[in-house]
Design a protein around this ligand. Structure first.
Ligand code: PLP
Length: 388
């Protein structure tokens, strides 16, 4: 038994909108906190909180018990501070020229993941005459960010910088290549390498209180990787990072994002009518066509033409033909009794029978992460639950 979805208020006059259930974000984080304990939870709110809204999602995550927030970019971290959020905050992706000093001034912990970024931190520290709290990222095998072959040099430099009082290294962290396949041999190998890297730091006298490695998948499936802190992103928003192993409900999570549109045109069409650009769909009987005013500019993947699911009443339909920039068409069937203005659920909760981000990912040949993060800012947002 599932509870029927709560009616969602629509913004006046909107033809399509995104609603965000902030209580779901709070509850998902509470579930992650429970699973991770005694490790702490850093809620990842990068990319506008995976499309859910940076500041409101961050507040909901803190209400659920997150002790840290994490973002990829410095500008995202600064926006959280400007909104008055004072929680511990980690950032990890910037290029030469970034305002590291500004981050230090805003009490944001930057991740040193290269030799140049340690130089930049030390320059900012000299300018300010005050030490900085930083974290260091070791590449344990992902082959992406972080220190790989230069780890011994980085360890020596950090030990010297810390001994001089220039920096306090509060964390050491890394990221998995195959966390979504918990049995993959690289998972164990990266954990072993991570522990070695932490030991090398400790032997040099640097003992960061926070060691962390786990994203959502490892938080949910691999307690041996929890260390002192976990860094879930996707699961915060109620999506499963391991759809082959379990859906949202299986992990005690609920999807926070719902996308709704209103049919803007409903009209009869004869059999043999080509539909949308290129006429890739042709009606096989007299029928009723419905226009849904959302397209690839709104976040409907163009690759989901002929495949993307939408719920009209209690019927699940598939996009007829190509996805256009602003619209798609549904073949509503000859007996359709509705009218323009009727609501269509584009994305919602699998447990309520609504199309899930995973359904869309399968239809478009991508992952659920990409579906939610690409819902366009031009869709009005409605916040439910909270406020936090
Ligand atoms: C995005 C990100 C995460 C969160 O990953 P999920 O798979 O969404 O849980 C964690 N750590 C880092 C470094 C990231 O970039």
């Amino acid at each position: 038994m599932t509870t029927p979805p709560a009616p969602v208020p629509a913004p006046a006059g909107a033809s399509a909108w995104v609603s965000i259930d902030l209580d779901a974000i709070r509850d998902n984080v509470a579930e992650l906190v429970r699973r991770a304990a005694p490790a702490q939870v850093l809620a990842v709110v990068k990319a506008d909180a995976y499309g859910h809204g940076l500041v409101d999602s961050a507040r909901a995550a803190l209400a659920g018990g997150a002790s840290w927030l994490g973002v990829a970019q410095l500008a995202e971290a600064l926006r959280l501070r400007e909104a008055g959020i004072t929680a511990p905050l980690l950032t990890w992706l910037f290029a030469p020229g970034a305002d590291i000093g500004g981050a230090i001034d805003a009490d944001i912990e930057v991740t040193v993941g290269s030799m140049w970024s340690l130089d930049a931190v030390l320059a900012a520290v000299r300018e300010r005459g005050a030490p900085a709290r930083i974290q260091v990222k070791v590449d344990t095998g992902l082959g992406r960010g972080g220190i790989l072959t230069d780890w011994p040099q980085m360890v020596a430099r950090l030990a010297a910088a810390q001994a001089e009082g220039a920096v306090e290294v509060t964390g050491v962290w890394s990221h998995f290549a195959w966390a979504d396949a918990p049995q993959h041999p690289t998972v164990r190998a990266q954990q072993v390498r991570f522990e070695e890297a932490c030991d090398e730091l400790a032997r040099a006298g640097v003992r960061p209180p926070l060691r962390h490695l786990a994203n959502s998948a490892a938080t949910l499936t691999n307690p041996s990787a929890h260390f002192d802190l976990v860094r879930p992103g996707l699961a915060v928003y109620g999506l499963s990072p391991v759809p082959d192993l379990g859906d949202s409900a299986h992990f005690g999570l609920r999807e926070a994002m719902r996308v709704t549109a209103r049919l803007s045109v409903v009209k009869r069409a004869a059999a043999g009518q080509g539909v949308s650009y290129g006429h890739e769909y042709v009606t096989d009987r007299d029928t009723v066509l419905g226009l849904v005013p959302m397209g690839y500019a709104d976040g409907i993947p163009r690759a989901a033409g002929g495949a993307g699911p939408m719920l009209v009443g209690d019927r699940r339909l598939t996009i007829a033909g190509r996805v256009c920039m602003d619209q798609v068409v549904l073949d509503l069937g000859p007996d359709f009794a509705g009218a323009a203005g009727d609501e269509v659920v584009v994305l919602g909760r699998a447990a309520d029978g609504e199309p899930s981000a995973q359904d869309w990912a399968q239809a478009a040949g991508t992952i659920n992460y990409e579906i939610v993060t690409r819902m366009s800012p031009r869709l009005p947002r409605v916040l439910l639950g909270g406020p936090f």
